[in-house]
Design a protein around this ligand. Structure first.
Ligand code: CMP
Length: 139
């Protein structure tokens, strides 16, 4: 079914001017970018977005990394968008990512892994609402 997911192009990728190359991967996979904005997250915002990871050993570093430069938040739409986006991104750790995936081609490390994508349709709805008002999204 047609679905939406929340994607973030992370600071390691915006720093290296990779927004267009990453967007091309999404579009080639049949995902439509139906909302997009570039923003500098505050520490509080990044901490809130990743609150589910609060107890993880990498949480503090992750928040510092996510505020180290601008991110591009986007809503991707398409058939099975959550799963399709995860396929295009590749494994969290670029060392384990399949050939042709965004993380295999562009990620610098397990932390600076170029993109975030929602891991379920339910989380996608929450994450989309974190960044976008309904009026900002148009299929
Ligand atoms: P993301 O898909 O955005 O979800 C959590 C992020 O934490 C992950 O991508 C990485 O950027 C970062 N991270 C850093 N270390 C780890 C780790 N050991 N396991 C999972 N995620 C990690």
């Amino acid at each position: 079914a047609a679905e939406r997911t929340l994607s973030i192009i992370k600071p390691d990728a915006t720093r290296r001017n990779l927004t267009g190359k990453i967007n091309a991967k999404f579009e080639e996979a049949g995902l439509r970018i139906v909302a997009q904005k570039r923003l500098q997250l505050t520490e509080a915002q990044a901490g809130a977005f990743y609150a589910v990871h609060k107890e993880r050993p990498f949480y503090k570093d992750l928040v510092s990394f996510m505020i180290s430069g601008p991110v591009v938040a986007q809503v991707l739409e398409g058939e099975n968008a959550v799963a399709k986006n995860r396929e295009v991104m590749g494994a969290t750790n670029p060392a384990n990512a399949a050939a042709g995936t965004i993380r295999k081609e562009f990620a610098e490390s397990i932390e600076a892994n170029s993109v975030h994508g929602s891991d379920s349709a339910e989380n996608a709805a929450t994450e989309i609402a974190f960044f976008f008002a309904g009026i900002e999204i148009t299929g």
